[in-house]
Each structure stands twice: as C-alpha cells, then as structure tokens.
Design a protein around this ligand. Sequence first.
Ligand code: NAP
Length: 290
Amino acid sequence: MKYAGVISGADRKSLSPVFQQAAFDALGLDIVYEAWATPAEGLETRMSTLRSPLVLGANVTIPHKEAIIPLLDRMDALAERVGAVNTVVNREGALSGHNTDVDGFLRALKEDGAMDPAGKRVLVAGAGGAARAVVVALAGAGASAITVINRTFSRASRLVDSLSDQAGDTELSALPDIYPSWAASSVRCDLLVNCTPAGSASTPGAEGDSGIPVDILHSGMLVCDLVYLPAETTLMTEAVSRGARALGGLSMLIYQGAASFRLWTGQEAPVTVMFDAAREALGDAEGGSE
Ligand code: NAP
C-alpha cells in the first residue's frame, strides 16, 4: 500500500480526498489518499514525512503553496515561473514541486468553457497564488491582454511586475479595485476569471457575492469562477442572467487533480469518475450535510 494526501491549512476542508480516492479505486491501485490538515508550524515536519518510501506525494493548497518551496529539493520550470507549488512528488526520498493549476485551468477553459484564450482580452480578479497560475496559463496560451484587479492594489501590481518578463506579447496591467477600473476593463473583455475566495461557501467569511460589480457583466464574456462551492455561485448566476456564459471551479479542480494523479502514478486519471465523486460530495455539502 502507498499513500498520498492533501496538505491544507488546519481549518480547511478539501474535496481532493473524495475524488482522488475514487480515481485510485477505479483503477484498482492500492493507494490511500488522506487529508493532511497542517498548521504553519507543522509544515516542516509534514514535509519530512513525504520522504517515506510509502508516500507517492501530495497536493498542497491554501495557505501553503508558497511556504513549502524552501522545503523542496527541486521545482519544475512551470512551478518556478508561477512561484507556487500545488503538487509534490516523492522520488526515492527527494521531493520535487510542480504546479498543475496552470494546466488544470487551461484544460477547463478549453474543454468545458469552449474557449481558446489565444488573442483574448481577460480580466482577472485577485492576485494570490491562483491568480498567478491563471495569468501564467493565459499569457502562455497567447491572450492579447490581461488586467488584474485586486482589493490590495500593491499585490496586483507586484504580480504584474514579477510576471511581465514572461508575458511575451500579452499586455499585462494592474488596476485598483474601484468601480471605474472594472467598468473600463470589462468593455472589450472576452473572459473574466474570479481568482478570489469571495462567494465561496467553504471559506468562512467569504460567503455571498464576489465583490465584482455585476453590471459590468455582458453577453460577450465567459465568466469563470474558480470557486466550486456552491457549484453555481452568485457571480455565475448574475453572468448568465446578463447573457454571458459561466464556468464554475469544479472543472479546474478536477483537471489539476488529474494532472497530479498522472505525476504520481504515470497513468491517465479517470476524470469522469472524479467528476462524479466530487459532484456527489458537493451535492451533500450544498444540502448542508458536509
Ligand atoms: P490566496 O493566495 O490566499 O489569494 C486570495 C486572493 O483573493 C487575494 O488576492 C485576496 O486579496 C483576494 N481576496 C480574499 N478574500 C477576498 C474578498 N472577500 N473579497 C475580495 N478579494 C478577496 O488564495 P488563492 O490560492 O489564490 O485561491 C483563491 C481562490 O481560488 C480560493 O477560493 C481557492 O479555493 C480557489 N482556487 C480554486 C482552484 C480550482 O481548482 N478551482 C484552484 C486554486 C484556487 P488580498 O491580496 O487583498 O488579500
């Protein structure tokens, strides 16, 4: 028997154990996937346990995606570019860091959002680790312009500065979180991505609306919310009511997990099984029985 798990903050619940375990079981792999909630002061010890020959690796989520970097032996080029790690692989006691959020987001956008980001104008809300992965993904896929708006402007500005050397022909800019910024940058926008937890029922204090002014949403946009609980967020409902298309965060969650699965096992992940297991658990959570 081998082990994998998700390293999250001590107070956070993750869906990964549900759909990763379903995937291992569906392929008959003798692997147990556990929830490894870890406070910041326990991170070093947690990482040392990953070096065991029994452990394949781990997913890493809020708030540890950057904090684990000094505890790794190496990082792949993409994780270096994003500056955040969401997957760790253990090979004979050496730990490597990867970022599968980038590929997970692009696959979700293309397969479930039916959008090729090449040449598209994008508005990104938020400037944390998820926003960095989304900006790297979109710039790498040839988006023509990306505007980042965050409630802490200095963080949006730092994101843009630190990624500008890898933006290629993509025009990158940061704007403060005030109404005129949203209004101006939404006019010719093809894609809006919410990379904040606002609107999430699984983040204490973030329930409700996204903080994005809904009157900027229009029928020429795809609105992509990385939040996956609830499955249809207020932002998505508002988008659809204004004629926009909407994509929730579950697709990215499953595809980033599928890419992690491939790194640990060398096998393609059964994504249909993963979607089914996650939707069942989300249905229970929305019904109030999580
Ligand atoms: P993070 O590094 O903590 O960054 C959070 C960002 O959201 C920051 O820019 C923060 O602004 C902003 N923010 C937080 N609360 C807010 C609020 N109430 N109103 C407006 N802005 C707010 O987190 P992250 O890793 O980027 O993750 C962000 C969200 O994406 C989370 O909900 C996470 O679950 C989700 N996510 C989903 C997937 C998926 O596969 N679907 C993958 C990765 C992340 P400040 O800078 O001002 O603090």
